[in-house]
Design a protein around this ligand. Sequence first.
Ligand SMILES: [Zn+2]
Ligand SMILES: [Zn+2]
Length: 232
Amino acid sequence: MRDDICSIPVNDVFLPKCGCPICRMRDMLEERMVEYILGAAMMEPDVRIKTNEMGFCADHLKMMMTKRNRLSLGLILESHLVHMSKEVFEGKGFLKPGPKKSAYSAAKILETCFVCDRVQWGMERLLATVFRLFGSEGDFRALFSEQELLCLPHYHLLIAGAQKDVNKRYLGEFERVCKNLSGNYLTSLQNDVSHFCKMFDYRNSGEDADWGNSKDSIERSAGYLTGRFKNE
Ligand SMILES: [Zn+2]
Ligand SMILES: [Zn+2]
């Protein structure tokens, strides 16, 4: 398993200043991991052992199905299904697993995902860099505060992690900036969603009706609440 898949220059992730930078970071890691699993990792038996054992969650399985490399996905699933069949239904020796053992093995596979596991590993490392840069570089502090927004799950992730990992001198500023990025966006979302609802009033049904920024406010609310802005 190559660890460098997860090394992404943090500054580059923050440069575009549109959307949530931590969502962008996670999207990059997911994209790289999926590409790696369907490509170079096909030659690495230790990765196959892990994908056999852990399987994939619905989101990541769907993501892999959108890629062109169908044969790789077929081979990965072929051996994962064999592994699963042994664990859940057949057992390894002469004794077949009873219902309890079978349900336990099924649950174990269902709650794990190889991509989630590796993305989380990478995120922990990248977030440690974010916290360190905020406490040591003024340019990065400026770049961080110029972001468009922080989605709610990533606001939570940053505030929870900052307590022990951001330089105490800058912790207050970090918390303030995060609160502004997430809270101000929430205020603008509330206005846009209210505007969207008002547009269904018969008085706003004319051709010149002004939707303002409200047309995609439902999608943006869902993105803000879940950290998933793209419909995949
Ligand atoms: Zn986010
Ligand atoms: Zn997953």
